[in-house]
Design a protein around this ligand. Structure first.
Ligand SMILES: NC(=O)c1ccc[n+]([C@@H]2O[C@H](COP(=O)([O-])OP(=O)(O)OC[C@H]3O[C@@H](n4cnc5c(N)ncnc54)[C@H](OP(=O)(O)O)[C@@H]3O)[C@@H](O)[C@H]2O)c1
Length: 334
């Protein structure tokens, strides 16, 4: 087993707050417990939730110094004494670090509990993988577990061009659903590449009529990751038994047309991937791996920052950019 250094470069917090609170420096290399794996990180992603954890907007246990970041793609550096299913140098990924007391992924080396670590298929592109680990797992659990999506159903995705939206479009299409997507016109081509059957401009004044024409029988599943939640629009457009997945819009206070909801046997189902168990995430992992290996899960990458620029990567996420933001352990990611 190769010798490891005593310290590693990391992006970490000593208190919650804005991106300026992110410190770059050396921390001791963590020691994996008997059922953990120490991973040499390669690529990480910035997600909205990472900015909520950093700021304190999403409360979770963050032992200081707290390494930020949720996802990683990397290779096995060392295994705990009880772990025999992973080999040194094997390519792996994780999408559930940096919350509930676990240290995050934005460091050269990161400890991952064995049940949260998955092999990366040789055919998968590491950058594409890193950019969809969080979004595709969100889409999988939201569509199939929370949303009970079935073959042939009609799905509406608002915010379809975004990270989660584009993953939701792709997974719903892969599952045989008909997908109507709302996005800005400049993103229509991207959404078509994701497989959306019909595109609608979310700023179009005629949106209600366009949606009604697109699905005269109504929608089975309504997925709005723009966070707007116009329930006056959504509920009357649901089929009987239709489901609205609530997964975004922390501060939204929508008006609910109650009669239209219960007379349709419709429901609004809340979901946060941070609550997903290791077993839930392990159910999503082989689906994500299969789609990555067969190039059926694509993403738009806006930029890749070095680990030392983690604060700037967070700022860009908060400003709002089109495409995913990655962070690389390589000081010169190109
Ligand atoms: N509950 C969970 O488990 C979970 C997991 C992951 C993410 N999330 C949440 O999901 C949300 C989306 O995340 P993301 O990573 O996909 O963000 P993102 O990449 O920033 O995407 C947001 C998308 O919403 C679009 N949009 C804005 N206003 C819209 C409107 N009125 N109608 C339709 N689309 C609109 C944006 O389009 P423009 O570019 O045109 O503005 C953008 O494409 C965030 O709030 C995040 O916190 C929740």
């Amino acid at each position: 087993m190769a010798d490891l250094p005593d310290t590693m470069l990391a992006a970490y917090l000593t208190e919650l707050g804005g991106p300026e609170r992110i410190r770059i420096g050396h921390l001791p290399v963590p020691v994996p417990g008997p059922t953990d794996v120490l991973v040499r990180t390669e690529l990480m992603a910035v997600n909205h939730v990472d900015t909520f954890v950093r700021s304190g907007g999403y409360r979770t246990h963050t032992p200081f110094p707290f390494v930020i970041g949720r996802d990683l793609v990397g290779s096995v550096a060392r295994t705990g004494e009880g772990v025999d299913e992973f080999a040194i140098e094997e390519k792996v990924w994780c999408n559930s670090l940096g919350h509930q007391g676990r240290q995050g992924s934005f460091s050269e080396l990161a400890v991952v509990p064995r049940e949260r670590l998955y092999r990366l298929p040789a055919q998968a592109d590491p950058a594409t993988a890193a950019s969809v680990l969080h979004t595709a797992a969100t889409a999988y659990l939201g569509l199939f577990r929370t949303g009970s999506l079935r073959l042939g159903e009609t799905v509406f995705v608002a915010g379809a061009a975004g990270g989660v939206g584009s993953a939701a479009v792709q997974l719903a299409v892969a599952a045989g659903a008909r997908v109507i997507a709302a996005a800005a016109p400049e993103d229509f081509d991207w959404c078509r590449r994701c497989g959306a059957d019909l595109l609608i401009d979310y700023r179009d004044q005629a949106l209600p009529a366009l949606l009604e024409a697109a699905a005269p029988e109504g929608f089975d599943l309504w997925w709005d990751n723009s966070g707007r939640h116009d329930l006056d629009l959504a509920v009357p457009l649901l089929k009987r038994g239709g489901r609205i997945i609530a997964l975004a819009g922390m501060a939204a206070r929508p008006v609910l047309p109650m009669g239209a909801l219960y007379t349709r046997d419709a429901s609004i189902r809340g979901f946060a991937i941070s609550n997903a168990s290791a077993a839930d995430l392990a159910e999503a992992a082989p689906v994500i791996n299969d789609l990555l290996a067969t190039k059926r899960l694509i993403s738009r990458i806006n930029a890749t920052y070095p680990l030392t620029a983690a604060a700037e990567a967070h700022r860009q996420m908060e400003v709002g950019v089109k495409g995913r933001i990655l962070v690389a352990s390589d000081p010169d990611p190109g």
